[in-house]
Design a protein around this ligand. Structure first.
Ligand code: ATP
Length: 441
């Protein structure tokens, strides 16, 4: 049986991953070590969803179906009571949901429908009715509290467990360390020097532990939640190696999650006639239509004329102030550069997560210079070429000059301090042939 859970936490406490870790440990005790045959999943859903608490994460784990049926009922009861007890129910925005999927209810049809549902949960906006329609069609058991919105994410997380058996979805790992309960809400004691050491010993197999350019440790939250820190990466051995190096306050428990973090699964490549929708994230090809400008607040903006989107006249692309040094890359773009942009779309603006500079405009036309005095010539009137008003020299046409570009082609990304959980760090593309990457670290 697969158990999916979502929406148990609030900004003032709890974390759905902690609830999951607690349940997995409790069930391993209750049913035996083998009862949870693989690591639980931490599934990031649409990062633009307005009612998310932080990173729109949901969780799921598998309980061995060799367990006797009556015990599965006990498992469900333990899940229901733990979710009811741990959830931050006083927060208006916490609406827990749980979905139980038993293997016997799996058919080819349900797998196809779960695939479509999971992809829509990561890339689009769903309703509770969308989730309940599938749950009812396939007779899944479920449980919800308050407005039960968490069922949307719980079904998507459970679906991810099933889909990983059939499809080769990209995935990464996160090793989460949790705090002792009496410390929740107090400042975290983590020796920063040891974190830098852990990063140096394991990067690039681990990533987004620190932000070198901004001198920040980024693997620990600042909220009152039970999470002490989380180490993200591609290698389980490297995660545990880093964990051993980090010196911190006592850890109550650790849990390894398999996750869709760092995969870019949220990005949609739209068809040419497809209208861009709010709360969706896209990959768009286009040409820089206007030189970037820095606007109030330090955000940097340019207009893209999208060649992959014939229905759109132009899309404003923005690098917000928290993206720090990434804005300097954007500032160096010039009208005419060919780019591919990656980011989420809202109210006509694409919030940049990455950019690929495909081709830099290296030449431009300008009024010719006078060969005698070196001054710029002026237009001599329509169709009459150019003239130096000091020396009276003439030239017929503009001249082509090379532009000195202080930037190279290739992929650039926001730094770890500004990275979304689901965004793929460029360092993960280091072995991909023909791709020039400029990882931000
Ligand atoms: P944390 O990361 O700390 O666990 P969170 O950011 O995951 O918190 P939630 O508290 O889980 O935020 O709230 C997100 C809510 O949005 C959940 O109720 C979930 O079911 C719902 N949701 C997730 N994805 C979608 C989607 N694509 N469409 C509509 N609702 C969604």
């Amino acid at each position: 049986m697969i158990v999916g859970i979502d929406d148990t936490d609030s900004r003032s406490g709890m974390c759905t991953t902690y609830l999951c870790a607690y349940l997995v440990d409790a069930l391993r005790n209750y049913c035996g070590e083998d009862s949870i045959p693989s690591a639980p999943r931490l599934v990031r859903l649409n990062p633009c969803i307005p009612y998310k608490t932080r990173g729109n994460g949901a969780v799921a784990f598998e309980v061995s179906t060799t367990t006797a049926r009556t015990r599965l009922e006990d498992v469900k009861e333990l899940v229901r009571s733990t979710v009811s007890e741990f959830s931050e129910l006083d927060d208006a925005n916490t609406n827990p949901g749980v979905v139980f999927i038993e293997d016997e209810s799996m058919t080819n049809l349900s797998i196809r429908q779960l695939k479509s549902y999971y992809e829509r949960a990561v890339r689009t906006v769903l309703t509770l009715e969308d989730a309940l329609a599938i749950i009812t069609d396939f007779g899944f058991d479920y449980f919800g509290l308050k407005n039960k919105r968490g069922i949307i994410g719980a079904l998507a997380a459970a679906a991810f467990v099933i889909l990983q058996r059939y499809y080769r979805y990209d995935f990464t790992y996160e090793l989460m360390a949790y705090r002792e309960k009496e410390r929740w809400g107090t400042p975290r004691r983590i020796d920063e020097r040891s974190v830098w050491e852990a990063d140096a010993a394991t990067y690039p197999l681990t990533w987004d532990t620190v932000d070198v350019a901004n001198g920040r440790v980024v693997f620990a939250p600042h909220s009152p939640c039970p999470v002490l820190f989380g180490i993200r990466g591609d290698s389980v051995d490297a995660l545990y190696k880093a964990y051993e190096i980090v010196d911190s306050e006592p850890v109550e428990r650790v849990m390894l999650f398999i996750t869709n973090q760092g995969t870019d699964f949220h990005l949609i490549t739209p068809g040419t006639e497809q209208k861009l929708l709010d709360y969706h994230s896209y990959i768009l090809d286009g040409v820089v239509e206007s030189n970037p400008v820095t606007i109030a607040g330090g955000h940097v903006l340019f207009k893209l004329s999208s060649v992959s989107q014939s229905t759109n006249t132009g899309v404003d692309c923005i690098a917000y102030e928290p993206t720090k040094g990434f804005r300097n890359i954007i500032r160096k773009l010039r009208q005419g550069d060919e780019v591919r942009v990656f980011g989420s779309f809202k109210c006509g603006t694409l919030n940049l997560e990455k950019i690929e500079i495909k081709s830099l405009k290296r030449e431009e036309l300008r009024n010719p210079r006078c060969e005698r005095c070196g001054r710029s010539m002026e237009s001599a009137g329509r169709g009459q070429g150019y003239r130096c008003k000091h020396c009276n020299t003439r030239r017929e046409a503009k001249e082509v000059v090379a532009i000195d570009r202080a930037i190279e082609e290739g992929l650039y990304e926001v730094p770890p301090v500004a990275r979304r959980h689901i965004s793929k760090p460029l360092i993960r593309m280091r072995t991909k042939k023909g791709v020039i990457i400029h990882p931000s670290r």
